[in-house]
Ligand binder design. Structure first.
Ligand code: NAD
Length: 295
């Protein structure tokens, strides 16, 4: 069995991305530990596989969209890993958000085996994944970027080559540190307005046209009912998990330690999401930090 793309990791993001590749005409074989996600891809024109090892050996392009560094390492390394089973010449696009140094090591290891690998984390949320409007920040060689671009163009709109291996992840870590901080700041501002009797919809509308406007306010508004299609309005489900944001802020703080950079707000944001997660909200969308700040 052969396919144009083997897609590993069909979660909140990956399933939409794989479906967009299938919609664009690629033959997409999907693999995930959750069978229902594979079934959903198949219902949208994709394929499943009985043997992941055979699918890896047959693949010319592989996309991974996994939670964290350890999952990407587990899928890539070892006897049954991508970097062992994939044939030389294979292109691997890892869109997971992971530690820049892990991407750097994997990129170099892949290169030593004749495999082209790029780190290509994304921004734009689950709705960007569904609409095919994600921003991609790519790290790797110029050749890797050129080879990955035709696939990435079917899943995203803004596509950037940030630099060598791991550079895409570094941009992503900086971006998500900013997003985590602005989500907390946005939630605080909305709670303050509500405590003063303001309608959060009115408050949002006015701030969105003022100097406090930001992405978390407009696209990820944390107050239920302000935006009909937000994760907040569906019980904080199906978006960007609190534990994923906590992971990204952890990557930022770790990176700041190793580069001797000062990230006071990034570290505070990490601590607040940590408390929120430990209070049992790790699986909810990160905008649910709004609830933690509720009176
Ligand atoms: P998710 O947890 O919904 O999906 C991850 C999927 O990987 C799950 O379906 C899981 O079953 C699967 N998986 C884990 N280990 C596997 C393995 N060994 N083999 C096959 N499948 C495996 O996560 P998500 O929200 O889709 O995010 C994926 C990545 O994208 C993360 O790194 C996240 O930080 C990043 N990201 C997420 C968003 C968002 O809004 N959700 C936005 C930008 C970036």
């Amino acid at each position: 069995m052969s396919s144009d793309v083997l897609f590993i990791g069909l979660g909140n993001m990956g399933l939409h991305m794989a479906k967009n590749l299938a919609k664009a005409g690629y033959v997409v074989t999907g693999f995930d530990l959750v069978q229902a996600s594979v079934d959903s891809l198949v219902a949208s024109g994709g394929q499943s596989t009985k043997s992941l090892a055979d699918a890896i050996k047959a693949a010319s392009t592989i996309v991974t969209m996994l939670p964290a560094s350890q999952h990407v390492q587990a899928v890539c390394l070892g006897e049954t890993g991508l970097l062992t089973l994939a044939k030389p010449g294979t292109l691997i696009i890892d869109s997971s958000t992971i530690a820049p140094e892990v991407s750097r090591d994997l990129g170099k290891l892949a290169e030593s085996k004749g495999i082209t690998m790029v780190d290509a984390p994304v921004s734009g949320g689950t709705f960007g994944a569904e609409a095919g409007t994600l921003t991609f920040m790519v790290g790797g060689t110029a050749e890797g970027f050129a080879r990955a671009k035709p696939y990435i163009e079917k899943m995203g709109k803004a596509i950037y080559h940030a630099g060598g291996y791991g550079s895409g992840q570094t941009v992503k870590v900086c971006n998500n540190m900013l997003l985590g901080i602005t989500m907390i700041a946005t939630a605080e501002a909305l709670q303050l307005g509500i405590a003063n009797g303001l309608d959060p919809k009115v408050l949002t509308e006015i701030i969105s046209k003022s100097s406090g406007s930001n992405w978390a306010l407009i696209n990820g508004n944390p107050c239920p009912g302000v935006k009909e299609d937000s994760a907040a309005s569906r019980g904080y489900t199906g978006g960007f998990g609190t534990d994923l944001m906590l992971k990204d802020l952890g990557l930022a703080v770790e990176n700041a330690l190793s580069t001797k950079t000062t990230v006071t707000l990034g570290a505070t944001a990490r601590n607040l999401f940590d408390i929120h997660s430990k209070s049992g909200h790790g699986g909810l969308d990160y905008a649910s930090i709004f609830k933690m700040l509720q009176k």
